[in-house]
Design a protein around this ligand. Sequence first.
Ligand SMILES: O=C(O)CCC(=O)C(=O)O
Length: 298
Amino acid sequence: MTLIDNTASVAPMTGEQREQFERDGYLVVPGALSSAEVEYYTDALDRLYEQERAAGQVSPTGAMHKLSAVASLPEVVDLINHPNTFPLVWSILGWNVHIYHSHLDVHPTIRVPKPYRFEWHQDGGRQNREIETTPRPRLSVKIAYWLSDVSETGRGNFKVVPGSHLSDRIDGPPSRDIRWPEPEGAIEVTANPGDAVFFDRRLWHTRTDNYSDITRKGIFFAYSHRWSHGRDENDALFAHEAFADFSPVQRQLLGAKLATEGQVPGDHQWGHYPETTPLHGYLREHGLLDPSYPPLMP
Ligand SMILES: O=C(O)CCC(=O)C(=O)O
């Protein structure tokens, strides 16, 4: 589908954009997508949503948060290097980049109030425990394309603390279900359909619940450096007869798939399943996990 004018000249992010991004940790790109593009991507997302709903794959509130955006919906591929947004990515991260995480989101009106959950976070999951410098390094950036109208607050807007990307901590509750004041300076980012938000993964942010009448729709792509992938090619090794005798920790170190039935392999690599991560099990067994050192917290 040729919705994009590929003959337009391409330029890096402007000095003003860079200054704003470095200061606030995010930028809004107004009108990143034309109205024809918004219509095209909305149609595609709606079709996928209907399939997922029919297959019982949406949440009890009807929300869809579908990972692997292009694999799940190949029609969105032109968003990943869109001329109105992609220059922001390479202007910050350089050319050796890939997409390491992406999602297609549909959040219909919530009819029955949801239990409270403190959802403020920096992106990257365990990156935030496992990297020891202060402030933590940027490592990745993310683009959110808005297909629904979030030009007013209260529509499931993206909420951020501007300038918080250089803070490793914000004040939060001891457990996520304990009601806690919103961080000082937090704002809901407003955007029209077709606008994009480009943000630093370290920016403290949260999704907000959508109690408005408008179904919230957005598509997100996170970019990081390609060296965050393994360099060794071990597929043949996994099929070799010797592999059967390798220990579980050895298999983990060699990049074998560790996800068991019902576990998402990508989430596994992000550290979501310590119980099936052999080195975690080994350290736990030997009393070597250490609550005082974030990468080794049980
Ligand atoms: O959906 C949103 O508004 C926020 C998404 C989010 O938390 C994320 O991309 O990490």
